[in-house]
Design a protein around this ligand. Sequence first.
Ligand code: FES
Length: 202
Amino acid sequence: MSNDGVKGPENLGRRRFLTATTAVVGAVGAGFVAVPFIKSWLPSAKAKLAGAPVTADISALQEGQRLVLEWRGQPIWIVKRSKQMLEVLPTLDPRLADPKSSTDQQPAYTKNELRSIKPEISVLVGLCTHLGCAPEMVAEIKPEPFDPEWKGGYFCPCHKSRFDMAGRVFAGVPAPINLLVPPHHYENDTTIVIGVDPTGAA
Ligand code: FES
């Protein structure tokens, strides 16, 4: 039940994350609205400071949406990826700094091509691995001013680091490693617990 295997810049979580609000943020196209549907599940502020696990109901999460919650003072993103988003990921490997996630940026059970337990659900620490800014989710596949070949992902406006929809960092940007994946597991099909590894996880 350890989460110490995930490394990152020190105090990353405290630099830029200023809110403790849980919300769903729409990503693709118009029409997505904030749905604060898990607020009653959050532990108390005291429990959170002590590092208590956080439970999230993802049953209402739609493709292209991101659920944002807080665990240990860090923003945690839970993103439901579409089939198209998943299909694009392998094509990006040549443009990435560490496509195979070779360094210790995620628990062993998410050290796979999609960096996730379930293919469609991505769980990430929402802090840039450069200096801890909060990257923006830019999920649509279309040319962007910061990348004319953009295939969807996360863009950090602070110093222009880019990550794909698996949180893998592009080569040649300031961020040195992929976005971190926090320890987590599924309590059931639609309930994720952040902060606790799956039973028997390596
Ligand atoms: S903090 Fe994200 S690029 Fe510098």
